[in-house]
Design a protein around this ligand. Structure first.
Ligand SMILES: Cc1ncc(COP(=O)(O)O)c(C=O)c1O
Length: 463
């Protein structure tokens, strides 16, 4: 490329991107003949690409992140002011925004007590796994080192997190994985017919009991933690069946197993409560969160624990290994908590939890109406502004639609200027769930525009 160019020279930007940028989750061959998409600007619920085309973003930055919408000057200003005062100091020392945000966060999480800062959901989950392992060594003589994870759940991109990954297509070709991670069955009621012995009545309790079976097979004294998404995201937007979480909590208490809830997607408002687990009355021991914590204005993730978990890392100060010997260089960036404080203020002052419940109900009604009209929709599910529609070739057998048809639906919506998602390289043969997660600021017209676009797309793709 000849010489420097400015951000206004958009064709040079596209060429530089094509020549040098490696996009995530992307096969790049098509970019040899078509332009990669560059998102140039965002405001509220909308983004504009390099051609100036406007898109309504129904997936909050494609991965459930921009919860308070684009173009928030007050967050940008909070970050700017903080960076000028102090941009960074490693986490062995505290920071002013770090202390303030921790205080406000804990206020929203009764029963929780300590906040450990880092940068991504994967990193937060890794740290939770490390805590479980350290507790196993320090308190259980090396036992209780296994970590249970669930079929269809996702906890991040590192080898450690993929070892706890319940999405076989996402994991494919990245093994071998770390030992000590054990899978438990999913709780997707719509597909209970694929699970041996699953009952029609009390499916939720049954699905939780399958976890107990695994614990008993492995030996309860070998199992340290159970890591679950409150509502599974990329594995198909799986809302837990009735009775599930209550039983999960009982099982964890019965066998002295730490409950680690991965709130990377649900955390900070997505389901209409501060945290997804709060919909189900459970009390976790560890909670991880990332995406919506600062709506993508700065990179921040948190691992939040109870005081009881924290105590296990300070109760034997004479032992030189008795503290959490973990480092997160960028966990000391102050932009994250500065942005998170303002993000939380916006959610409170603009009543966005309430809006999420109202708009989520509207969207669920709209999707249910579309289900009446289009037999390709086999199931709709979700919580708050976190919804999914599973596409099937046959409603009786529940055979998933061919992936290319699900992708044709998202492409048609994109052509209409509405960005929706679809589960992608996640579950073999079952990447057939459309995903919707508009920003929590969505208005009725936005919701209707999304479902109208879907209606048109389904008509064109399936007739
Ligand atoms: C439930 C869940 N946990 C963890 C992660 C990993 O987060 P990150 O991409 O910030 O590492 C994701 C990312 O999509 C996720 O959906």
């Amino acid at each position: 490329m000849d010489g420097p160019f400015s951000e206004n020279d958009i064709s040079r930007v596209v060429e530089a991107d094509r020549a040098h940028v490696w996009h995530h989750l992307s096969q790049h061959k098509p970019y040899e003949t078509t332009d990669p998409r560059i998102i140039v600007e965002g405001k509220g619920m909308r983004v504009w690409d390099q051609k100036g085309k406007e898109h309504l973003d129904a997936v909050s930055g494609a991965v459930w992140t921009v919860n308070v919408g684009y173009g928030r000057e007050s967050i940008a200003n909070a970050i700017r002011d903080q960076l000028i005062k102090l941009n960074y100091f490693a986490g062995a020392a505290g920071s002013v925004p770090g202390a303030i945000f921790a205080d406000r966060l804990i206020d929203k999480m009764p029963g929780m007590s300590r906040v450990y800062y880092c940068n991504s959901g994967s990193e937060a989950n890794e740290k939770a796994f490390k805590m479980v392992r350290q507790i196993a060594h320090a308190k259980y003589g090396g036992n209780k080192w296994k970590i249970l994870y669930r079929d269809r759940d996702y906890h991040g991109t590192t080898i450690g997190c993929l070892s706890a990954g319940g999405q076989d297509e996402r994991n494919a070709q990245y093994g071998p994985f770390a030992p000590g991670f054990v899978r438990v069955p999913h709780c997707l009621e719509y597909r209970r017919h694929e699970q041996d012995g699953a009952p029609v009545e009390h499916y939720g309790e049954w699905a939780a009991d399958q976890i107990e079976k695994v614990i008993l097979q492995e030996g309860p004294d070998t199992v340290g933690a159970l890591c679950l998404e409150p509502v599974t995201a990329g594995g198909g937007v799986i809302t837990p069946p009735q009775g599930y979480w209550e039983r999960v909590q009982e099982i964890c208490r019965k066998y002295d197993i730490l409950l680690h809830i991965d709130e990377v997607v649900c955390g900070v408002g997505r389901t209409g409560t501060w945290f997804g687990y709060q919909n189900y009355g459970v009390q976790p021991d560890m909670v991880t969160m990332a995406k919506g914590v600062a709506s993508g204005y700065a990179a921040i993730a948190c691992l939040v624990t109870t005081e009881a978990v924290f105590d296990r890392f300070k109760d034997a100060p004479e032992d030189k290994l008795n503290y959490f010997r973990d480092i997160s260089t960028f966990g000391g960036c102050t932009a994250g908590p500065a942005a998170a404080i303002e993000n939380m203020r916006i959610i409170e002052d603009e009543n966005l939890l309430d809006n999420t419940l109202k708009m989520g109900a509207r969207m669920m009604d709209n999707l249910s109406a579309l289900m009446d009209k289009h037999k390709a929709i086999g199931d709709v599910r979700g919580k708050g502004l976190f919804l999914g529609a599973e596409l099937v070739a046959d409603r009786d057998t529940k055979e998933p639609v061919a992936e290319k048809l699900a992708q044709a639906v998202t492409a048609d919506c994109m052509a209409q200027g509405v960005i929706i998602g679809v589960t992608n390289r996640s579950i073999p043969g079952k990447n057939n769930t459309l995903c919707f997660s508009p920003a929590l600021i969505a208005k009725p017209d936005d919701i209707d525009q999304i479902t109208d676009a879907l209606d048109g797309a389904l008509t064109r793709v399936f007739g």
